[in-house]
Design a protein around this ligand. Structure first.
Ligand code: NAP
Length: 318
């Protein structure tokens, strides 16, 4: 029930990203108690974020105040009428619902990466098999994130190996813009993974049937993550969900273009295979990429790490 309210909130911020007071109403017609929420939105002073006051009517009648004062951070006032799962859903997904507002404030596309990896840090076996490293809760989470982001991106190898459909199937929500990156991508690769249009990012034309954004390569032959984000921002993309693979996500991290990292950890060991993050490495532990607000979220009987990349520390790793 609260999921539909969060989707409605996201739609509101997509339509009206600039700070202004508003009240939106959501009604979940399919729920037996006709769950109904009225949300009063108020910008905080000095453009420091927004306050959201939820007023819910129905079986779980109550009031709830949430402060969103920076990207990815919300403070949810304790509310006893809210079921623990609803509270968790708000804490976990409301930051993405309000991301269009922060995108507008910061004039940028926010990039979030997601992997499912084993205890030994593998996202695929040596044969490239990765279906499925995570669990059902992780799959549902990935689909919620797809619904909460404007665009989803994968690298050429993931497109060819996994043939992901990159749409929203396990929850309600609107499909994100599908973006694939790489010069080796042909129309056949895209046709085999999805019938709907896909945006291809490359350094020279490689497809005929799909729209392309051709960007210059940096010294290492790859397109800089920031250049990709700028191109997407110009197309109105406020948030990008990067679903791998390792090469693609590591390049975004290395070029300081990742805002948030989500790493799902499953209790399996593969011994060898594709490592999640691989970018040349650091000499000493104090040069490691670190995260602000690091947290571990339960995903059924597994867990997911979520944190925001600290860019100053990452700069030291270049
Ligand atoms: N466990 C999980 O959650 C998960 C998620 C996703 C994928 N996987 C697994 O990961 C494996 C694939 O990962 P991978 O690291 O081998 O490959 P990948 O990241 O999927 O694709 C790498 C390719 O993408 C293109 N590319 C990426 N970044 C680019 C940039 N900045 N500029 C230009 N081109 C760029 C290049 O394609 P071109 O060479 O064509 O130019 C590059 O060779 C598969 O086995 C897949 O199953 C696992």
């Amino acid at each position: 029930m609260i999921w539909n309210t969060l989707l409605r909130l996201r739609a509101h911020f997509l339509e009206s990203p600039s700070p202004s007071s508003a009240t939106i109403t959501t009604v979940s017609a399919d729920s037996p108690d006709k769950y109904h929420a009225e949300i009063a939105i108020r910008p905080l002073s000095d453009s420091k974020g927004i306050e959201l006051r939820f007023n819910t009517i129905g079986e779980h009648k109550g009031e709830l105040c949430v402060i969103a004062d920076s990207p990815f951070r919300v403070t949810v006032q304790p509310n006893h009428s809210l079921r623990p799962l609803e509270h968790q859903e708000i804490e976990q997904y409301l930051p993405y619902a309000v991301l269009p507002y922060f995108s507008h404030q910061h004039s940028k596309t926010f990039a979030i990466s997601h992997f499912a990896q084993t205890l030994d840090g593998r996202i695929a076996s040596c044969s490239g098999d990765s279906k499925w490293i995570g669990n059902w809760e992780n799959l549902t989470h990935a689909h919620k994130m797809r619904a909460m982001c404007d665009a989803i991106l994968v690298g050429a190898s993931t497109l060819k190996t996994d043939q992901p459909r990159l749409n929203v199937r396990h929850v309600t929500g609107v499909n994100p813009l599908r973006v694939v990156i790489g010069n080796s991508i042909s129309d056949d690769d895209i046709r085999s993974s999805s019938g709907e249009p896909v945006l291809v990012i490359n350094t020279h034309n490689s497809t005929k049937l799909n729209e392309q954004v051709t960007l210059d390569a940096a010294v290492d032959g790859r397109i800089e993550g920031q250049a990709i984000l700028r191109a997407l921002y110009q197309r109105g993309v406020t948030s990008l969900y990067i679903e791998g693979g390792a090469n693609t996500t590591s390049h975004f991290l290395k070029t300081l273009a990742l805002d948030q990292v989500q790493v799902h950890v499953t209790p399996r060991i593969l011994g060898s295979g594709v490592t999640g993050f691989e970018f040349g490495g650091v000499e000493t532990i104090d040069q490691a990429v670190e995260f602000s607000n690091p947290r571990f979220v339960a995903m059924g009987n597994q867990m997911m790490f979520v944190g925001e990349v600290i860019r100053d520390r990452a700069e030291g790793n270049e």
